[in-house]
Each structure stands twice: as structure tokens, then as C-alpha cells.
Design a protein around this ligand. Structure first.
Ligand code: ADP
Length: 538
């Protein structure tokens, strides 16, 4: 064996390369952001480069040390993108705070991460003020998005950038050095911190960009609707910057009409977000089919299951829904559902069934499903807990909580219950905590929800386990109807009946005006279970 020096160069995989490449090759490409007052802020990669570097230099002058956490409390826009690169390229760790968390959770997370600095949008100062008193930030920099003067208790982000000279060299960065940090949104227990390294972000970016993953190219105009505080907006800003795509950010305006206006005006080709966003957009498109001229080709849907009916409906509009599964602990890309070349001749229903699964593991991600009896076969029927391994999967939580989430042979337990079929497609049956156990048999709440959301009158549906004296647990469906639509429980039951065994069908349908959601827009089933805890079955 020869020494490693006799093979290829050992160039560290770090983020400054992204910044340098984008500025060198794509200086004139635009980055467009919608501001709180709805006006559009536009500048180029050349501007972005200058400002991101200034941020890095200025933070070092402020005393940033390698590995120090810099928190952000920001919407999706150009300045947030500047922190994505300015902070890690100066050796810091970008900690994106989830602005939808309760202030007490934000305090917990910021203290747990020991954040030294905070960068906050001026429009979010009322929220920041509820947090700052209880977190020892050394300095708070305010981004004046509205143009109003920054209150005197704080520093202006613009002044911070002004204080830089523009002349400095990146510090030497090891590829394993920490670069970013995100907390799980806490659907299951206290938020837990995950620290991304330069290397993990670079490798994740390369894989995410691949044609069989997100399939992005420099030709694309990319708009992440998924918040930049939610697992790095699924890594999209990193991919878009490395490739030099035009980037479009929605700011705080996330309602369907604002999004569609922005997509149409800026020629967005690829966007991404959770299913609830795309169900709303679909409604708007159906109401006014001729209002928008879109160039949209792909909508990446993840975070919770994309209902098959939604994938079909977007196909009819000529827009491909790309269903993906991931987790904060996985940077987040785990699986993507694209039809294999050997499956394209299948009947339509079977093709859709594959596309509605969570998909094939991305290159470099290994998956296995494990039950009490060991690893389960890839037969598409036997369920087990999904375990994963790969270079962008967390090796531990920040602070070392819950070490038993990792197996003794080095796999991460996802907490998702899945089947894997002979083709390798992973299908999420449920979260371990959401499964319904009736008469000793498992019922998938996700399958029932997705089928219900295929009923024309149903906007959203969540199915939860309710204690039952005879069966242990039975499914109860909470249904939100579309505006002006009606459907009786018997009708919904009859709609589900041909697709499921009789004992799977929910015993009760409750109509609600909304389903409680987490900060990331997922159904909060724990809350529903709590709400219906004393439900009486007779
Ligand atoms: P949290 O764990 O706090 O909800 P994450 O954003 O990390 O925050 O959520 C990851 C979880 O979201 C996964 O473990 C899975 O249960 C769910 N999830 C993500 N994508 C999908 C998907 N495409 N289909 C079904 N569930 C999904």
C-alpha cells in the first residue's frame, strides 16, 4: 500500500470554495428577496460575495473564535444567505433559530447551544426581545429590512458590515470543523441539537444536486419555501450557491397567492416545502387556473408524507412533485422518490404508488429496517424501524443527549416505522409514537390520512390512536373540509372502505376547522391525542 500522499490531493471539503466559485463564475446572477413591505430586494452574486465576506471579517474583529455559535432569527432572504456563508467561512457555527418556536423554547435552545451572537430581522425584534433578556448574547445585530432605524440597544447589521475592510483571508478550516447547527423541531420531546460539519455540508450538497436526487442545475431558478431555519432549508441554499442558480426568497410572505405571484414574476423552476403549503397552493391554482404563467417544473415535498392525490393533481398541471424524506439529524436528505427506468412501463396506479413512497436512499446513505427479531427483509410488507448511516448523518446530539438513538454497530435510529420493497423504495408507515395498535395489529395512520386527503371535500386529515376498552386502541380521524364542501362520516368511511381492511377504518370522524401543527407545519398528533383522550366510543 502506498501512503495516501501518493494518490489524490487531500483538499479539505469546506464552504469557502462555494463562495469563491459563485463569485468567480456567476457574479451577474441574481438573488431576489421579498421584503416585509412586499417590495423586491435584488442584487447579484458579486454583491452577495462582498457582503458575506465582510460579515465573516467583521465577526472575527468582534472576537468570533473557531466553533463559536452565531444564532440567526430570520426569514428567508439575502441577509440570511449571507450568514449561511459569512459565519462558517470565518470559522463560526451558524445556528438557525426556529422563529415559530415558543419564546421559552427559543431560550432553552439558545442557552443550550451557548450562542454568543444573534443576528435578527428587525421585524422579528418583538420576538427576540422576549428571548434576549434570558440568553447572554454578547451582541445582537439587527437587519434593517424595513429601513427603519435600529433601536439604540442593538447594533445594526449594516454597520457591522461597514466596519469590515474587505481585505482578509479565510482562517484555515479543517473539513471536520463544525459549520452549522439546527435543533429538531421537537415533535418528539425536547429539541435536540445537531451540528453539521463543513465536510458533511459539502457532501450533502453534491448528493442533493444530483439528477436522481433534487436534480438542480445552474439553469434553475430556485425558491426554498421551506424556512432557512429548518434544516438549512433542506440544504437548497448551499446547492444553489455552489451551482450558481438564481435564488429567490419569499421573506415572510408565505400565503399561496404571494408565493404564486413571486414564482411567476421571477420565473421560479424549482421550489420546496411541506405538504400543507402545496395543498394551499393547489387550491389557489384550481380557483384561478389562468392567473399565473409559471415556469415551475419541480416541487420538492417533504417533512411529512405527500398524499398521492396531490402528486396526481400537480401532474395534471404539468408540475412534478418530488417526494423526499429526511430529518434534522440527516442534513436532511435521506430518500427521494423517482421512478426507476425499469419501472416506467408499469400501469399508472403502480407508478403513482411508487412515487408516493418516500423513495430510494440517496447515494452514500445506507438504510435498513429493524424489528424485535432483527433486520427485516426488503419485501415491501414487513415493518421495522428505519435505521440509517452515512457521511451526513449525525454521530451524536450536541450535548450527548439520548445516546441510545445510535445502535452499538453505528446506525442512527430514526424513530420512523417503514417497509422497504424489493426495488429499494422506503415507505414510511408511521412514526413509532403515532402507530395505532388495534387488537395486537398495527394500523398505519399515515396511509389512512393520505387516502382521506384524496377525497375531494377533504382539505386535511389526521388519524390518531385513541384508547379503546376492547381493542387497546382504535383510529379516530380528525377532518378539515374544504371551504363550502360537505361530507358525512358514512361517506368518508365508504370512500376508504375499498382501499383498506375493514378493521383499519376509523371508528369515528370528527370535523374541525384546523389541525394543530408544529412549528414546521406538521400535524401535532400528540396534541390531538391529548384533546381526544377522554373520547367515549359509544
Ligand atoms: P422533528 O423530528 O422534530 O419533526 P424533523 O424535521 O427532523 O423534525 O422531522 C423528521 C421527521 O419528519 C422524520 O423522522 C419523519 O417522521 C417525518 N418526515 C419527513 N419527511 C417525510 C416524508 N416525506 N413522509 C413522511 N414523513 C416524513
Amino acid at each position: 500500500m502506498q501512503a495516501p500522499g501518493h494518490t489524490m490531493m487531500r483538499v479539505p471539503l469546506t464552504l469557502p470554495h462555494f463562495l469563491e466559485r459563485a463569485a468567480r463564475l456567476f457574479p451577474a446572477v441574481e438573488i431576489v428577496s421579498r421584503l416585509p413591505d412586499r417590495s423586491l430586494h435584488r442584487y447579484t452574486y458579486a454583491d452577495f460575495y462582498r457582503r458575506a465576506r465582510r460579515l465573516g471579517e467583521a465577526l472575527l474583529r468582534e472576537g468570533l473564535r473557531p466553533g463559536d455559535r452565531v444564532a440567526t432569527l430570520m426569514w428567508n432572504h439575502f441577509a440570511h444567505l449571507e450568514t449561511y456563508f459569512g459565519v462558517p467561512c470565518a470559522g463560526g457555527v451558524l445556528h438557525t433559530l426556529n422563529l415559530r418556536l415558543h419564546p421559552s423554547d427559543l431560550v432553552y435552545v439558545a442557552r443550550h447551544a451557548q450562542d454568543r451572537f444573534l443576528v435578527v430581522d428587525d421585524v422579528l425584534l418583538p420576538l427576540a426581545e422576549q428571548v434576549c433578556g434570558e440568553v447572554p448574547f454578547e451582541c445582537v445585530y439587527v437587519v434593517p429590512l424595513t429601513g427603519r432605524p435600529v433601536p439604540t440597544d442593538y447594533r445594526s447589521y449594516e454597520d457591522l458590515l461597514e466596519s469590515a475592510t474587505g481585505h482578509w483571508d479565510y482562517p484555515i478550516l479543517e473539513e471536520d470543523a463544525p459549520a452549522g447547527m439546527c435543533y429538531t423541531s421537537g415533535t418528539t420531546g425536547r429539541p435536540k441539537g445537531v451540528v453539521y460539519s463543513h465536510r458533511s455540508l459539502v457532501l450533502h450538497t453534491l448528493a442533493a444536486a444530483l439528477p436522481d436526487c433534487l436534480g438542480l442545475s445552474h439553469q434553475d431558478v430556485v425558491c426554498p419555501v421551506v424556512p432557512m431555519f429548518h434544516v438549512n432549508a433542506w440544504g437548497i441554499p448551499f446547492v444553489a450557491t455552489l451551482l450558481g442558480c438564481k435564488q429567490v426568497f419569499p421573506g415572510p410572505h408565505l400565503d399561496p397567492v404571494s408565493l404564486l405571484d413571486l414564482f411567476a414574476a421571477e420565473g421560479v423552476t424549482v421550489t420546496a416545502g411541506v405538504p400543507t403549503v402545496w395543498l394551499g397552493v393547489l387550491d389557489a391554482l384550481r380557483r384561478e387556473p389562468d392567473r399565473w404563467r409559471l415556469r415551475l417544473r419541480t416541487v420538492v415535498v417533504g417533512g411529512s408524507a405527500a398524499p398521492e392525490s396531490m402528486i396526481r393533481a400537480y401532474d395534471e398541471l404539468g408540475i412534478a412533485v418530488l417526494h423526499a424524506w429526511g430529518m434534522t439529524e440527516m442534513s436532511p436528505l435521506g430518500t427521494v422518490s423517482r421512478l426507476k427506468s425499469t419501472l416506467t412501463a408499469l400501469p399508472e396506479d403502480e407508478r403513482y404508488a411508487y412515487r408516493a413512497k418516500q423513495g430510494l436512499p440517496a447515494p452514500l446513505v445506507e438504510v435498513r429496517a429493524v424489528s424485535d427479531r432483527g433486520e427485516v427483509p426488503w419485501d415491501g410488507r414487513t415493518v421495522g424501524e428505519l435505521q440509517v448511516r452515512g457521511p451526513w448523518v449525525a454521530a451524536s446530539y450536541f450535548g450527548g443527549e439520548e445516546p441510545d438513538r445510535w445502535t452499538s454497530d453505528g446506525w442512527f435510529r430514526t424513530g420512523d416505522v417503514v417497509t422497504i420493497d424489493p426495488e429499494g423504495y422506503v415507505k414510511i408507515v408511521d412514526r413509532t409514537k403515532d402507530l395505532i395498535k388495534s387488537g395486537g395489529e398495527w394500523i398505519s395512520s399515515v396511509d389512512l390520512e393520505n387516502a382521506l386527503m384524496g377525497h375531494p371535500a377533504v382539505k386535511e386529515a389526521a388519524v390518531v390512536a385513541i384508547p379503546h376498552p376492547r381493542w387497546g386502541e382504535r383510529p379516530l380521524a380528525v377532518v378539515v373540509l374544504r371551504e363550502g364542501q360537505h361530507a358525512a362520516p358514512e361517506e368518508l368511511r365508504a370512500f376508504l372502505a375499498p382501499r383498506f381492511p375493514k378493521w383499519w377504518l376509523p371508528d369515528a370522524f370528527v370535523f374541525a376547522s384546523e389541525i394543530p401543527k408544529t412549528s414546521a407545519g406538521k400535524f401535532q398528533k400528540a396534541k390531538l391525542r391529548e384533546q381526544f383522550r377522554d373520547w367515549s366510543w359509544d
